[in-house]
Design a binder for this molecule. Structure first.
Ligand SMILES: Cc1cc2nc3c(=O)[nH]c(=O)nc-3n(C[C@H](O)[C@H](O)[C@H](O)COP(=O)(O)O)c2cc1C
Length: 192
């Protein structure tokens, strides 16, 4: 697949086939793609906590908030939860003032999501969680501060892209069971 096709395929998925597990080896391979990504001042101040044990998967599902704009159904649906998570953490032992370098988080997140997509998996970046609670339920050491959650699994829903409606509303929505994501046009994005 060409890179652009991979980017198009790498949507935010919120429903998964729970029978399809992701091996530790595969997760490590995806983190390796983050390891090789650009890093502010090359500090490499991020650490990656893998979550695959059922009790931790349950805790992560209970402590993440999904698709706030979709209110007519529960996402992920019952029985369609992610089968792994990668928690991207800032390591304050590497740099105490982590706040300056958090752009690295998004870069690593996208590297991981693209690697997952290439391997036939997918997921959703989750910013809506309580770092304090996640630190507690995963017993993270004091130097690790969770910044972004990557929920991962074998997607079993359809996501399509569309142009923005005339109203200009960027909200994603459901058309039946299909998840629809409006994207601005390229023309609108390029500054003239
Ligand atoms: C940094 C970041 C944080 C996000 N946090 C959440 C979240 O907490 N819950 C959720 O359901 N989706 C979350 N998303 C997914 C966005 O809603 C999604 O990217 C957007 O709707 C566009 O869909 P697409 O990823 O398929 O293009 C997040 C995305 C990013 C980039």
């Amino acid at each position: 697949m060409m890179l652009k096709d991979l980017i198009i395929a790498s949507r935010s998925y919120r429903s998964f086939d729970e029978h399809v597990k992701i091996s530790e080896e595969m997760l490590c391979n995806w983190v390796d793609c983050a390891r090789l990504s650009p890093s502010s001042i090359n500090l490499q101040m991020l650490k990656f906590r893998l979550v695959t044990k059922q009790n931790e998967l349950d805790a992560m599902l209970a402590n993440t908030r999904w698709a706030g704009k979709i209110t007519d159904r529960k996402l992920p649906p019952e029985g369609h939860a992610p089968t792994a998570y990668i928690i991207i953490c800032a390591d304050t032992d590497v740099i105490a003032t982590a706040e300056h370098f958090l752009k690295d988080v998004g870069i690593c997140a996208q590297s991981i999501m693209l690697a997952a997509t290439e391997a036939g998996f997918g997921g959703c970046m989750i910013g809506s969680f309580s770092p304090k609670t996640v630190t507690e339920v995963l017993a993270l050491p004091d130097n690790l501060s969770p910044r972004l959650v990557l929920a991962l699994g074998k997607p079993d829903e359809t996501v399509v892209l569309t142009d923005l409606p005339a109203s200009g509303d960027t909200s994603y929505y459901r058309d039946g069971d299909t998840h629809v994501v409006p994207k601005r046009t390229l023309e609108e994005l390029i500054v003239k």
